[in-house]
Ligand binder design. Structure first.
Ligand SMILES: Cc1ncc(COP(=O)(O)O)c(C=O)c1O
Length: 368
């Protein structure tokens, strides 16, 4: 049985009429950049995340870069973050001229180990940038406490965690800014690139709107060196349709993750761990085993999709060789052992049963 890591076509087919109507409306209107769909989607996202404002931008990477820039973070500054993320997290920090300072991760959640943050605070530290990896939020209560104590800005990388919550508060509503990606494979995915920044700070929202449009509040009266990073109407129209289904899809992901947990519980495999105060959205279902590479080869031969998130911790990348940091043993081990198995809302029980059976067989063979 062929089972992809995720199936974007299945989602499209389930909403085809609504999507085509929404997208058709954009073509009829002739407005393609920052129009009524973007404004409405910004409001809907703010409401969904529980923030006062949301600002649409070109992609999740830009959401991070603009947030850092709008908060005044730049050359010589340090931003404490996790080495276990997509490159964009650290890249955004470097892009504004600051330096990422990596703390090791927690071995159960794979999110930043908050107990190590204070040791890394220096005179140059300006911000903490936690990532809610794989759809589970970082320990935001403790991160916010540390930030308040040391007067640091907090920017949440919520690109993988739209709809996730911690202590009943959604991702993107804890820090000074929350950054989202609508890359097609995300839980809320567009048909191209897209991003959003959430915030409760009116002045920050205003500055972000100015920066995303070439540093101008009024056309041709540019007041800062900004960016061309705008969400377009086609993406917003599509994403507005999909946002209406996001809660149902995230719930389906949780149900399927629970089902995997009970199917796989007896196997010699490290399963995802949920912290008690968190409601995750399982952007990815991550398991771990020391023989990861053999296991994924066998799964792939059977037609079962897998993914490695991420094979190289960020501090080990050549671009960060100059920043002597580490060793960070927990992330270094995790990057050798973790892998994702298929999880998407439209997945069937028989697909899950098949994957669990095949995994059991592969692990059995490894033992013999
Ligand atoms: C954790 C994380 N941060 C940032 C990004 C960057 O988002 P984008 O691809 O929309 O630029 C992504 C996704 O690609 C991500 O997973």
């Amino acid at each position: 049985m062929k089972i992809p890591l995720l199936d974007l076509k299945a989602q499209y087919l389930s909403l085809r009429e609504e999507i085509m109507e929404a997208v058709g409306g954009v073509f009829e209107s002739g407005r393609y950049i920052l129009g009524p769909n973007v404004s409405a989607f910004e409001q809907e996202m703010a409401e969904f995340c529980g923030t006062k404002y949301a600002v649409g931008v070109g992609n999740g990477t830009d959401a991070l870069v603009l947030s850092l820039d709008a908060c005044g973070i730049g050359p010589g500054d340090e931003v404490i973050t996790t080495p276990y993320s997509f490159f964009a997290t650290a890249e955004a920090i470097s892009r504004v001229g600051a330096n990422p300072v990596f703390v090791d991760i927690d071995r159960n959640t794979y999110n930043m180990d908050v107990t190590q943050i204070e040791d890394k605070i220096s005179e140059r530290t300006r911000a903490i940038l936690p990532v809610h990896l794989f759809g589970q939020m970082a320990l935001m209560d403790q991160i916010m406490q540390i930030a308040h104590k040391h007067s640091l800005i907090v920017i949440e990388d919520a690109c993988q965690a739209i709809g996730a919550s911690y202590e009943g508060r959604r991702a993107g509503s804890w820090g000074d800014a929350g950054c989202f990606s609508f890359f097609p494979s995300k839980n809320l995915g567009g048909c191209g690139d897209g991003g959003m920044i959430t915030t409760n700070d009116a002045a920050l929202a205003d500055r972000l709107r100015m920066l995303r449009a070439h540093g101008s509040r009024k056309k041709y009266y540019n007041e800062a060196i900004g960016y061309n990073s705008r969400l377009d109407e086609l993406q917003a129209a599509l994403l507005r349709v999909k946002l209406r289904y996001l809660e149902t899809w995230n719930e389906a992901r949780r149900e399927k993750a629970d089902r995997y947990n009970s199917l796989l519980v007896g196997l010699d495999l490290k399963l995802p761990y949920t912290i008690p105060k968190a409601v995750p959205v399982y952007h990815l279902y991550i398991v771990a085993h020391p023989a990861r590479n053999e296991i994924i080869n066998s799964l792939n031969q059977l037609g079962i999709g897998t993914g490695i998130y991420y094979p190289v911790p960020l501090h080990k990348l050549d671009v960060y060789k100059g920043l002597v940091q580490g060793p960070l043993p927990v992330v270094e081990q995790a990057s050798q052992e973790t892998f994702a198995i298929p999880l998407f809302p439209e997945m069937t029980d028989s697909q899950q049963d098949y994957i669990a059976e095949q995994l059991a067989g592969i692990l059995q063979d490894l033992e013999n």
